[in-house]
Write a protein that binds this ligand. Structure first.
Ligand SMILES: Cc1cc2nc3c(=O)[nH]c(=O)nc-3n(C[C@H](O)[C@H](O)[C@H](O)COP(=O)(O)OP(=O)(O)OC[C@H]3O[C@@H](n4cnc5c(N)ncnc54)[C@H](O)[C@@H]3O)c2cc1C
Length: 477
C-alpha cells in the first residue's frame, strides 16, 4: 500500500524550523523522482500555509528539483520566490551533456511501468533523451511558467490602484557563499514573530545573472525568508574531477584499431553505467529491455524482489524447474545479447573496495536491479576483470599493475551528501551559542544486501505515493 506523504517527509531539521529538503536523505534518487518530490512539497506547503503567508521563500539550488518546485509554487500563486544557484547557470549539472542518456523510469525495472519513456508528471514533462535535451526541455517548460507568472499585482488594494506590481520570482546565479541561520522568535508589541530562516549570500558579480523582468542582483546580502528549501542535489562526486555529467567518448569504438585499457572504480549505478558503455557496443539500457522480450524474467524477478539477487540469478541459470524455463530462457537470451555486442577494443578492470570477492561486492552494491542484472550478465560473459583492494585511493596501484594509464581511471564513488548540508550550515551559531538548526540526514547506510533491498522497496513505495499524490492535485494551466 502506498504510504501517505506529509510535510514531515521533507523536513530538513529535527527541531521544527521551516527548512525543507528535496530528496537529500533518500535513496535511489533520480531526475523524475526529484521532480515528484518537488511537486509534492509545493502542494503540501501550499495547503499548510495561510494565503497571506504564501510568499518570501528561498530555494537553494537551481537544478531540476529547484526549478520544478518554483514552477509549481508560481502556478499556485506564491510570490517572492528567490532561487540561489552556486553555478553560472540554471540546470548547469546536466546542461550540454550529450553523452548521457536519461530515461525517466527505467530505474524501476522490472516494474511494468519502467519502460514508459515519458516522465508522466503534472508539469515540466520530458521524454527519454540525452541529458542536455532533457534539461533543455525542462528549462523551456519552466521559462513558460515563469513568463506567465513573473509579475502580479500587489496584494493590497491601494497598490493595485496605484498600478504597483510585486515580483514573483528572482534568480541569483554564481552564488559563491551561502549560509543559513535561524533568527529566533521575537515579540513586536503583542504580536509574536515566529522563528524564521536567514540566508546570507555573496555572488560573483562577473557571472551574468538571469534577468527576469529587469531584475538586477546585488552582489551580496542577508535576507530573512518565511521558508528555505534545500534543492541542493548531492554535491559534486567525490574522488574525481570528471563528473558523471561531463561529455566524454567512452561509449564510442576506438577508430585507430588500438585496444585501450580502463579501470572503473565503484559498484553503484554510475560505475556500472560506465562499465556497460566500455564493454558493450551501442549500449543503452532502454534499448536492451525494449529489443528483447524479457517478460518472463521480469515477472520472475518481481516475485523475488526480497531475495538476494545474485543467488536468484545463479539459481535461475541452472534451474531445472519446468515453471522457470521461460524466465531462464530470457536470462540466457540476455547473456547472449551482451556476448554478441562485446567490445573488442577495450580491456576493462572493475575495481572495488573489499576483501571477499565479486560475489560479496555484488551483494553489497547499491545499484538498481537493472544495472545489477546487467553486471551479472557481463560477469558471466567475462567482459571485465574484477579486482578489489582494501582501501580507497588504491586504484592507482591496481591500474599501474594492469597497465591502465592514469587518465583512463574512472572513479564513480558517489557524492557526499553530508558535506552539502554541513557547508550550508557550517559554523553558524545563534546568539545563545547553540548550533542551529540541527539538520538531520535519514539513515543512509545500505552497506549490506538486505538493507539495500529494503531501501529499494522504500524508494518504490515512495515514488508510487508521490505519483499518486501528484495525480490527486489539479494542475493550474
Ligand atoms: C553518477 C550519477 C549518475 C546519475 N544518473 C542518473 C540517471 O541516469 N538518471 C536520473 O534520472 N538521475 C541520475 N542521477 C541523479 C541525478 O543527478 C539527480 O536526480 C538530479 O540531478 C537531481 O536534481 P536536483 O535538482 O535535486 O540536484 P542537482 O541536479 O544536483 O542540482 C542541484 C543544484 O544546486 C546547486 N547547489 C548546490 N549547493 C548549493 C549551494 N550551497 N548554494 C547554491 N546552489 C547550490 C548546484 O550547483 C546544482 O545546480 C545520477 C547521479 C549521479 C551522481
Amino acid at each position: 500500500m502506498a504510504e501517505r506523504i506529509t510535510l514531515d517527509h521533507f523536513k530538513a531539521t529535527d527541531s521544527g524550523e521551516p527548512i525543507y529538503a528535496i530528496g537529500l536523505a533518500d535513496n535511489l534518487v533520480t531526475i523524475r523522482s526529484q521532480q515528484l518530490r518537488a511537486i509534492c512539497l509545493a502542494e503540501l506547503l501550499h495547503s499548510a500555509t495561510p494565503t497571506l503567508e504564501r510568499k518570501n521563500i528561498a530555494i537553494i539550488g537551481g537544478g531540476i528539483a529547484g526549478l520544478t518546485l518554483s514552477a509549481r509554487l508560481l502556478q499556485l500563486g506564491w510570490m517572492d520566490i528567490r532561487i540561489f544557484e552556486r553555478l553560472t547557470d540554471l540546470l548547469a549539472v546536466q546542461n550540454g551533456c550529450d553523452t548521457r542518456w536519461i530515461h525517466p523510469q527505467i530505474i524501476d525495472w522490472p516494474l511494468p511501468e519502467s519502460k514508459v519513456d515519458m516522465s508522466d508528471l503534472p508539469i515540466l514533462n520530458w521524454t527519454t533523451d540525452t541529458a542536455s535535451n532533457v534539461s533543455y526541455e525542462i528549462e523551456a517548460g519552466w521559462q513558460k511558467i515563469v513568463d506567465s507568472c513573473a509579475v502580479k499585482p500587489s496584494n493590497d488594494r491601494g497598490s493595485i490602484r496605484r498600478g504597483k506590481f510585486t515580483r514573483t520570482i528572482s534568480v541569483l546565479l554564481g552564488v559563491t557563499h551561502l549560509k543559513i541561520s535561524m533568527r529566533p522568535s521575537s515579540s513586536k508589541g503583542r504580536k509574536r514573530i515566529k522563528d524564521h530562516p536567514v540566508v546570507e549570500w555573496i555572488r560573483d558579480t562577473k557571472v551574468s545573472n538571469r534577468k527576469i523582468d529587469g531584475d538586477t542582483a546585488q552582489p551580496s546580502g542577508q535576507e530573512s525568508f518565511s521558508k528555505v528549501i534545500l534543492a541542493t542535489g548531492f554535491g559534486i562526486e567525490t574522488g574525481t574531477s570528471d563528473s558523471y555529467w561531463r561529455n566524454e567518448s567512452l561509449g564510442q569504438l576506438n577508430i585507430d584499431g588500438a585496444q585501450r585499457r580502463f579501470l572503473v572504480s565503484g559498484l553503484g549505478d554510475g560505475a556500472i553505467s560506465d562499465l556497460l558503455r566500455l564493454t558493450t557496443k551501442n549500449f543503452r539500457p532502454d534499448r536492451v529491455v525494449n529489443e528483447l522480450s524479457l517478460s518472463a524474467l521480469e515477472g520472475f524477478l518481481r516475485g523475488q524482489a526480497k531475495n538476494d539477487l545474485l543467488k536468484t540469478l545463479e539459481s535461475l541459470t541452472t534451474s531445472r524447474k519446468q515453471a522457470l524455463q521461460i524466465a531462464k530462457h530470457d536470462l540466457h537470451e540476455l547473456i547472449d545479447y551482451f556476448s554478441d555486442r562485446k567490445r573488442d577494443d577495450t580491456y576493462v578492470v572493475l575495481h572495488a573496495i573489499g576483501r571477499l570477492g565479486f560475489r560479496e561486492a555484488f551483494r553489497q552494491s547499491k545499484a538498481s536491479t537493472l544495472n545489477k542484472v546487467f553486471l551479472y550478465v557481463l560477469y558471466k560473459n567475462g567482459a571485465f576483470q574484477y579486482v578489489e583492494s582494501a582501501k580507497y585511493r588504491e586504484e592507482e596501484v591496481v591500474a599501474a599493475n594492469k597497465d591502465v594509464p592514469a587518465e583512463n581511471i574512472i572513479r564513480r564513488h558517489g557524492v557526499d551528501r553530508a558535506k552539502v548540508v554541513s557547508d550550508l550550515f557550517a559554523t553558524y551559531r545563534i546568539a545563545s551559542g547553540r548550533e542551529y538548526p540541527k539538520v538531520f540526514l535519514r539513515e543512509q547506510a545500505t552497506d549490506c544486501c538486505e538493507q539495500h533491498i529494503k531501501a529499494q522497496a522504500t524508494y518504490q513505495r515512495l515514488v508510487a505515493a508521490l505519483a499518486a499524490f501528484c495525480r490527486t492535485k489539479s494542475v493550474v494551466p
